[in-house]
Write a protein that binds this ligand. Structure first.
Ligand SMILES: Cc1cc2nc3c(=O)[nH]c(=O)nc-3n(C[C@H](O)[C@H](O)[C@H](O)COP(=O)(O)OP(=O)(O)OC[C@H]3O[C@@H](n4cnc5c(N)ncnc54)[C@H](O)[C@@H]3O)c2cc1C
Length: 167
């Protein structure tokens, strides 16, 4: 178990959390940012890193991956602690009015404030009713990079935005 002590804990390292961490740094706060995913960027990194985005102020067009990289560079200027691959699970307050947040990895963060930028929540794939034994061996729920699929016959299961993007 690791203990951390910061002014501010940001829960969720999606675009909003990354920008929030940047701004907390501008205001001189020490900041930690936690995400259940192993990389920053939230939905953008997990679901559409290769998609072009056209509605970000200041960018007429930007690829998802490049937007996240820019947000990360901006946030990192103030050296937040990144606690990735762990979920914020419990919140307690102490008699001094500070918060203690416990994570799925057993870490504990002592902080003066918590900002929740959790978007639509932690990502857990809607699992296929069959085929779990192939997970990581041909069955994937996220496609961070299309390169490994070059030359392969791929079946995309689903009919939402992401499925159409990847198809
Ligand atoms: C396929 C697709 C295409 C899109 N295209 C566009 C577009 O072109 N333009 C546009 O403006 N928007 C688009 N969006 C919407 C956009 O991605 C979201 O509005 C944006 O990602 C929200 O950012 P966020 O930081 O609020 O949350 P999210 O990106 O959802 O990030 C929240 C993060 O919080 C983490 N989290 C939540 N709870 C916890 C917890 N308890 N502990 C630890 N971590 C936690 C999650 O794992 C996640 O990484 C699209 C969305 C999808 C799905």
């Amino acid at each position: 178990m690791t203990g951390h002590k910061v002014d501010l804990l940001v829960v969720g390292a999606g675009p909003v959390g990354l920008y929030g961490a940047y701004y907390a740094g501008v205001r001189g706060l020490s900041t930690a940012i936690i995400d259940s995913l192993s990389e920053v960027g939230g939905q953008v990194s997990a679901l559409y890193p290769e998609k072009m985005i056209f509605d970000i102020a200041g960018y007429p067009a930007v690829k998802g991956r490049d937007l996240v990289e820019a947000l990360l560079t901006q946030a990192s200027a103030h050296r937040p602690q990144f606690l990735l691959g762990q979920e914020a699970q419990n919140l307690r307050t102490d008699s001094a009015g500070r918060f203690q947040v416990e994570t799925s990895s057993g870490d504990s963060i002592d902080c003066g404030a918590v900002v929740v930028t959790g978007g639509i929540g932690t990502f857990t794939p809607r699992q296929l009713p069959a085929g779990e034994i192939y997970l990581g061996r041909g069955l994937d729920y996220f496609v961070p990079d299309p390169a490994p699929y070059t030359g392969a016959d791929v079946v995309v299961v689903g009919g939402g935005d992401s499925a159409l993007d990847w198809a």
